[in-house]
Every structure is written in C-alpha cells, then in structure tokens.
Design a protein around this ligand. Sequence first.
Ligand code: GLC
Length: 797
Amino acid sequence: MQYGHFDNEHREYVIDRVDVPVSWTNYIGTKDMYGVFNHTAGGYLIYKSSEYHRITRFRPNGVPMDGPGHYVYLRDEDTGDYWTISWQPVGKPKEYFSCRHGLGYVKYLSTYGGIDASETLFVAMDDPVEIWDVALKNMSDRPRRLSVYSYAEFSFHHVAMDNQNFQMSLYAAGSRYEDGIIEYDLHYEEDGYQFFTADFHPDGFDCLRDTFIGGYHTERNPETVESGRCKGSFENGGNHCACLQKLVILTPGEEKRFLFLLGEGGLAAGRTMRSKYTAEKVDEDFRRLHDFWDRKLSALQIQTPNPAMDTEINIWNLYQSEINVMFSRFTSFIEVGGRVGLGYRDTAQDAMTAVHSNPEKCRSRMVELLRALTQEGYGLHLFEPRWFEPEKSSQSFRSPTVIPTPDKSEIVHGIKDACADDALWLVSAVVQYVKETGDLGFVDETVTYADGGQGTVYEHLTRILDFSARQVGKNGICKGLRADWNDCLNLGGGESAMVSFLHLWALNGFTALARRLGRTSDADRYEALAAQVKETASRVLWDGKWFIRGITADGRKIGTQQDAEGRVHMESNTWAVISGAADEKQGKSAMDSVDEYLFTPYGLMLNAPCFTQPDDAIGFVTRVYPGLKENGAIFSHPNPWAWVAEAMLGRGDRAMKFYDALCPAGQNDRIEIRQSEPYAYCQFVVGKDHPAFGRAHHPFMTGSSGWAYFAATQYILGIRPDFDGLVVDPCIPAEWRAFSAVRRWRGATYRIRVENPDGVQKGVKEMRMNGHPCQKLPPLVAGSVAEVLVIMGHKEA
Ligand code: GLC
C-alpha cells in the first residue's frame, strides 16, 4: 500500500494520503537553527543545542504522537468553521490535505472549504529565523472572510527544565507584545529571548498557551480559534505561545500571502528581521536553500538501471547523511534532545561518509572527535564538543537547578567505560578525508587531548591504533570492553572479532597514509602490526564455514556452527572480508552463510537465530526481545557492510540483492508493512522472529544512511577517491549493461560512463580519460571537466 510518491524533479516526497501509520518526519535548517517536523506540522525548533536551547516544545512519546507543532489555523468568519492547513491538529477529512517533504523545507497544502492554502516551513540562510510562508486563494465564487491564526508553543530552553522541576520553570519564562511582535524570554539567560512576528499588522494576539487553548480544550479545538476572539494575553510566568491573528477578505479567485517569522532575539531583533525578510527576500532565501542542496547533491549524480537506487543516491540518501553530519543524532521524535553532545563512533562514521559534499563540516567534526580522545588512545563515548574547545564559548544557561558543565573528572571516564571500537572509526575517517580533499597538511595540525596535553592529528591516530594493540585478550583478539559497535554486546575482557577486524582495517588505511607521507618507518611498523593482527584473527576466529563473533571472558566462543542461538553474525563476517583478513575462499563461504542465515526480503538480520537465553557474559543482546533491535532485527547500519564485502568479493548480483532489500525507496508500496517513511533509512526493521516482521523504526538519525551511501557509491558503483587519483572499479549486477555518473573531485568534474558489454559483475578492461588510457583518474585543475569511459570485462591474459 502506498501513501505518497517521489517527485524527483522537485526533489520532494509527496504524501497524498496524510493518515500515514506513524509520523513521517523531515528537517529544516542548514546551520545553527534547525528543527524536525512531520507531515502534520508537528515538531520542534532548536538553536545550536537540542539539550540547552530548545525554542518550541515537543511532548515526546505522547498522544497524539506528534505534537505540538507550528500550526496555521484558518477560520471562516461567516460560518465559524475552522481547520489547520497541515490537516492536524484540527483533523478535517484527510482528502483535502497533502504534504511535500523537500530538502530543508516542508510544505503543507489544503484545499478545504473552497480555500486553497499552503504553509511552507524553512529557515533563513543567514539568520536564526524560521519562516512560515503562508498563501491562501479563494477558489469559491463568493467573497470570503477568513481569520488566519499562527500557533506555536514555546519551550523552556533546557530540556531538563522543560520536563521536570516545574516549581522553578513555570515561573522563569515570560511574554509580552509590542508593535506586532511577541517577545518570549527566559531572562536569566544571556541569549534567552525569542521573537515571533509577521509581515502584517495583526488584528489580535495571544502569548499565553492556556488562554489560547482554553480549559478542557486541546490544539484540536483551541478556545481562541473556536470563539474567533484573541484575548491579548501575556504574562511573566507560565507557558507561552505565539499566536498572531489576521482578518482577511478574499474576493473570488483572489490570493494573499502572509509571512510569519520566529527567531532568536527580542523585540529589537524582531523589528530588524521583519524589515529584512520581505516577500522578495524570502523568495531569494528559498532559492538559496535549493542551491545549497543542489551544490551538495551535484558532487555526485548517477544514472543506473535501478531507479530506486538513483532516487536514493541522487537525493534522499545523501540528504539524510548530511542531516546526521550537520545536526548530529539527538534531534528527532525518538531522540528528543536529552542526551549530551556527540556520540563518538556514530559521529566518526557519519563524518567519513559525506566528505565529498561537506568537507568543512566533516573536518570540524573530526577535530571535535580528536579533542575528545584521551592520551591513552580511547575516545569518550558521549561528549559535548564545547568542553574541549580551545576558546570555551560560554554556555549562557544559568539556572541554579541544572549544572551545565561537569567537572573534568566526570567527563573523562576510565577505561571501564570505554567502547572498544569508538576511536578506530576515526582513523578511517581521517584517511578518507585526506583521500577526498588531498589535504595532507591536516595530519600535522596540533590538537589537544581530552585529558590534557596535545599532539598532531597523526599522533592521535597512532595512539588509537596502539590502544587497540594493547587491549587484547587471552587469545590475542581485541577486547570487547563496554561494547564494540554493537551496544548490546558487552564482552568486557572477552574478545571481539569485529574490533580486531576494524583494527586491521584502520591499520591498513593508516599504513597507506604514512607511506603517502613518506614516513616509511611508521608505515613499516604498522604494516608489521597489521600482518600480526591478520594472522591472529584468521587463525583464532575462523570456524570452518564462517567467522565467530567473539569469545566471552570465560572462554566460550560466540557464533559457532554448534550454537543453537546467535549462530551467524553480520559484524564479524562482513568485517572479516572488508578488513582483508579473510582469504577469498573464507570470504565467500562467510558471506554465503550471511545470505543463507540472515537474508530476508527487508534486508539482512544482524544475527540468527535470535538469543532467547539471557547470558551476561555475551551481553544485553541476550535480554532483548527476539527480532527487535540488536537481537536479530534487520539492523540497517551493518547491511551496507555486506554490500561492501560482496563488492570486494566481486559478486555484484548479491550486493545488489542485499541493497534492494533494504532500500527505503523500493518499499514505497509496502507501507502497510514498513510503516515508516520510504525516503529515509531507519535504524532497524523488525526481524523474522517477531510478529511485526518488516516494520521499520527510528528514521533519519542513524548511521545506516552514511554507510548506505558510502557502500553504494564507493563499492557497488566503485567510484572512490585515493590519495593520488579517483578509482573507478564497479561491482554491479551482470545484467547492467551501462551506468553513468558525474562526480566532483578536488574541484574538477568527471563525467563517467561505464559500459559492461560482456555482462560481468566486476573487472575493468579499459579506462580512458579524454581519450587517453589510464589506471586511475588523476586530479585535475579546478574547474576542468573530464570525459571518462570505463569498459568492464575480463582483461586479456
Ligand atoms: C545505535 C547506536 C550506535 C550503535 C548501534 C548498534 O544505532 O547509536 O552507536 O553502533 O546502535 O548497537
């Protein structure tokens, strides 16, 4: 069943049927001010930090599931009938409503009661101002008298203040109205002010939420709108809202446009922004928003025989990956802002995957991670970048009831809290950054350590590699510590196959970097270490058909052929191949087992059969319900690892089978099963051992997106940067006869056409750039355009 369609020409997803099974969200904003909104204008806006500076309120995990939001109510002043442009919260018959999710904006459309209306939400490009662009058209044959009401509920800025200790919060926020501007404040904060205004002089206003809504009413039937009378309410103390009302008369066919602005700062900022954001300026910013995304997406555009893949790579998959890099993981309807700062491993992986479209932000994320590395070489699992900034930007938050900055002793935990994989991801991210940008100088920059002292980026990387070399268990495999990539595999002093393979991958990447830099003795040393890790891993972890997942601290192997539960695991088998630890025969056998035991029509399960017997030597995973999350769900994030592994093994048909199964765009007509939005990867899809098999959960904020993009573009399509050239080495389905791609790399544009006359899955017979044969595409003068022809097939012996 389908609820909407992809409009690729406009880069929008159109929800034609608005009663989707769960909230379908999207993001607005490009830098400091951003927000998450769903298909009914439910959602919230924040400034810089979803923990410290929330602008509008969200009631998480509530009923209804998606409110409040940034709503526009319309009221027919002759009949008293009223509705919201975004369907909810008033909820008139759904046939009259639709929603368009675009890149950085959401547009709500209604055709109710003879009035065509639209509400577009987006954030200005240069100022922390959210724009509500509202348009009305009288489609009836009589003049209409309508009232337009804005409504948003302000939040107490700090998430804890907003959810607890109301004896304090309720008396700390105030509102007032002057000259068409609502001013909201938590005046004890230095930047505690917001304004709400419009491009017209209002006929009425309400600043108090409870006055606007009215006793025993809800957002569905607010008293102010129902009665048609604003009360002009404001006060110091209480809960506050942004309601401005305008009475408008529309003759038949007449159109009118209204702009509402919600921004940082008080009355003075409101006045300045109101005169700045005229209709022309708003149009200009909307065009700039389009150009902003156009520039990013144009870093790689593809045309393949797989339309769902084209939709993902050309639009939604990169968009989702960028959202993660730009805004991190803690602003959604599921992650609602209470967790601090950045997650180490997630941020490192996100930053690795969008370097080509956002080198500056990825680089600054890497610097934030480098600063959160301890001298010993492990990263702080969760941290707030501000703690480690050289010039500490002040945190204006001043409530005596919340301690905003913890002491250093609380920030730097000992090794008991370290996750074994966290910092290893950063090594590969930095290597990837250098390959993409050619910025070799980055590695010699000086960066501090979280627990004092400083060193170059290069030194940081060596400490990470050395840490993992030291942290090995009885069998020489890396310890699992608090967790490895899998949060629920808690091996402590037991050993993790995944971490040893990840270590090997990072060592290989680093060695190549050291060689490129001419640091031969380091390269030799880490190459020798890599050889040792590889030897130990392939000896200890191979189980005859596949690789085991690890060894518990009490010496039991996890994931052997004898195991009744948790027999085959994705992490160890995919990483054995990616790291190069597996030889070809082992790799193929391991990935055949992945296919045999883990494949479903919705993607690959993380492990099978699910655990049912609690076993704390393995970890929390054994206590998770079968089929959910890490216990045998189709955990999306590792799925692309299997695409990489299959591509490395040369099996393009298999890689594409796995790709297609998980592909959200490919599930647009299965929403009765999937439930979640088909334009975003979700954290997991319920696995076979659960009755909700196929239902997807937790959209947008997931490393699945970055990895899906990285694996599909660099390994299936095979277009990947190296230090000295762009490699084109596809691994595609045998039936593909051709595909093309336009890739921007280091300022030049490569127009690549790949032909596959012999129907092979892998292997390049011939490559030409501007007619000349080459092995790799060399870097070119910025601005130049190269025509590349790649012919796949078997090379002559
Ligand atoms: C969540 C976490 C991520 C972890 C994964 C598997 O997505 O954000 O860090 O790797 O779960 O446990």
